[in-house]
Design a binder for this molecule. Structure first.
Ligand SMILES: *[C@@H]1O[C@H](CO)[C@@H](O)[C@H](O)[C@H]1NC(C)=O
Ligand SMILES: *[C@@H]1O[C@H](CO)[C@@H](O)[C@H](O)[C@H]1NC(C)=O
Ligand SMILES: *[C@@H]1O[C@H](CO)[C@@H](O)[C@H](O)[C@H]1NC(C)=O
Ligand SMILES: *[C@@H]1O[C@H](CO)[C@@H](O)[C@H](O)[C@H]1NC(C)=O
Ligand SMILES: *[C@@H]1O[C@H](CO)[C@@H](O)[C@H](O)[C@H]1NC(C)=O
Ligand SMILES: *[C@@H]1O[C@H](CO)[C@@H](O)[C@H](O)[C@H]1NC(C)=O
Ligand SMILES: *[C@@H]1O[C@H](CO)[C@@H](O)[C@H](O)[C@H]1NC(C)=O
Length: 457
């Protein structure tokens, strides 16, 4: 190791005093890199032999923590005992050490005394293996992050003994082949900040003890086979920012207690069996930016309260049997980029205010019972292009003056073809001029009649 320091006269005295200290520091840093506890070194080599395909680590890297021969996928730091300790293991994807087809879960990792983070990504792919926690004393009380992701051969259930990792903040077990219920002990891990169990085959109900994870910021249970209601105790997770429960078989309605999640910005409940009402306090979820709840058997009118959640960028409520009109309040969602309401039973007209949704780039209202004149001008229609879908609404039609814009699956008003999704709108030049005149005539008569009717009331 090379040590250098610049000289300045007033500091000379100080420098002379500290030079002996500095030189010992340089030497000790150098020694530190090779200085590992032999037991820990042996444990590390055994882990590498269980998992890695890359090389013979004992020969190619006899000093895994040495700075100059730094071992990708391994992180070390100097402990209070002046020895190097492994703090990070990162396997599976290049440039980190890749895993051999026969790699199995190395429970020896829990014997590395200073381990802080572990990643096994696309590592256990052929030989079936389970997460196991060694019977002997669990050393890794320092472990803060355990990420086992995209391991198709990682089978079995989540061991309850994981709960003895008392410092764990991030537990990611996503995209494995895990089965069974979540052991209730997991919910005693009160330091957990992120819990991701998505894309497995986990079953059973989510226990009410989930409310104990008071530090949780992210909870992802999506793409499993969970059943039963969403526990009411979810409202105790006051720090929660991301909640993803999509693609399970949850029943019942969204718990009223959700209104107590002021930081929630992402909520995904799509593809479940949720029904019934929205929480009364829906309008309190003022941090919501993404609300994704396609494909649930809701069969109620759309809640007007979404119009008060001004931060919403994405609102997806497709395929859920919503009836009634689209609340005009949704026109206030000026930051909205995506609105999906297709495959419902919505009636009435498209709110005129939608034309001023200046950030919208994806609007899908297809397959409803919407009617009336589409309230969008040609610049709006051009901007959205194929990201606008109004097809499958037999009563909708496009004002002839905008009809040359783009194909949006809607016929031109006044044309007698109700086969909307198939008719291409006329080019303006092709449209017979009588249509324009008669259309405006009919519209004018309609407006007069409308005013007349209302003046009678
Ligand atoms: C670690 O090294 C420092 C100086 O390099 C020394 O003062 C200290 O006593 C050492 N600690 C142990 C536990 O050896
Ligand atoms: C809308 O988006 C802009 C830009 O991303 C942001 O500055 C603004 O705060 C957002 N408005 C609301 C109400 O969230
Ligand atoms: C289209 O409508 C928007 C919003 O109502 C408006 O700002 C814009 O000027 C209109 N463009 C044209 C070409 O009329
Ligand atoms: C519009 O939606 C219909 C079904 O509602 C679908 O068949 C069609 O492909 C969609 N069009 C576009 C451009 O995505
Ligand atoms: C709109 O919804 C339909 C029906 O679900 C779907 O086919 C289409 O891809 C969606 N998006 C657009 C832009 O049409
Ligand atoms: C409807 O269309 C048919 C042919 O497609 C045409 O003969 C008929 O005149 C049209 N009727 C009206 C009212 O426009
Ligand atoms: C719509 O088009 C299809 C196929 O071209 C035709 O069979 C059907 O009769 C049409 N329906 C109406 C209401 O015009």
């Amino acid at each position: 190791m090379y040590c250098s320091f610049s000289l300045s006269l007033p500091l000379l005295l100080l420098l002379i005093m500290s030079i002996s200290f500095l030189s010992t520091l340089c030497v000790s840093t150098n020694q530190q890199s090779t200085n590992m506890d032999p037991h820990e070194l042996e444990t590390l080599f055994k882990i590498m032999e269980t998992v890695s395909s890359d090389q013979n680590w004992r020969i190619s890297h006899p000093y895994p923590c040495k700075l100059s021969s730094s071992w990708l996928g391994i992180g070390c730091k100097k402990g209070f005992d002046n020895k190097s300790h492994v703090t990070r293991l990162d396997f599976g994807t290049r440039p980190n050490p890749t895993c051999k087809p026969t790699a199995t879960f190395p429970n020896l990792i829990f014997q590395l005394p200073n381990l802080e983070s572990v990643f096994f990504i696309q590592c256990f792919t052929h030989s079936k293996t389970r997460i196991s926690v060694s019977r002997n004393r669990l050393f890794s009380s320092s472990l803060q992050q355990l990420s086992l992701r995209s391991n198709p051969a990682l089978i079995g259930s989540i061991p309850s003994q994981l709960s003895s990792l008392k410092s764990l903040q991030v537990l990611t077990l996503s995209q494995n082949s895990l089965i069974g219920q979540i052991p209730v002990e997991i919910f005693s891990m009160s330091f957990l900040v992120h819990l991701d169990l998505s894309y497995n085959k986990l079953t059973g109900k989510v226990p009410h003890q989930i409310g104990n994870l008071q530090n949780l910021v992210g909870l992802d249970l999506s793409y499993n086979k969970f059943i039963g209601p969403i526990p009411d105790t979810i409202g105790q997770l006051g720090m929660l920012q991301k909640l993803d429960l999509s693609s399970n078989a949850f029943t019942g309605s969204i718990p009223e207690s959700t209104e107590n999640l002021p930081s929630l910005s992402f909520m995904a409940l799509s593809n479940n069996k949720l029904s019934g009402k929205f929480p009364k306090g829906l309008a309190k979820l003022l941090s919501l930016q993404y609300f994704l709840m396609d494909d649930n058997p809701m069969f109620i009118p759309l809640p007007v309260e979404f119009g008060q959640l001004k931060k919403l960028q994405e609102l997806r409520l497709a395929g859920s049997g919503y009836s009634g009109t689209i609340p005009a309040s949704y026109s206030q969602l000026l930051n909205l980029t995506t609105l999906s309401l297709q495959n419902n039973k919505l009636t009435g007209e498209i709110p005129v205010g939608f034309s001023s949704l200046s950030h919208i780039y994806h609007l899908n209202l297809s397959r409803n019972f919407l009617g009336g004149v589409v309230p969008f001008n040609s610049s709006f229609l051009k901007r959205l292009g194929r990201n606008l879908n109004l097809s499958g609404n037999p009563g909708l039609c496009l004002s002839p003056s905008e009809a040359d814009a783009v194909f949006i699956g809607v016929g031109v008003c006044g044309s007698n073809n109700t086969n909307n999704s198939i008719t291409k709108p006329f080019k303006k030049s092709e449209a017979p001029s009588e249509y324009n005149i008669s259309f405006f005539l009919v519209a004018a008569i309609g407006i007069v009649a409308f005013h007349y009717l209302f003046s009678l009331v």
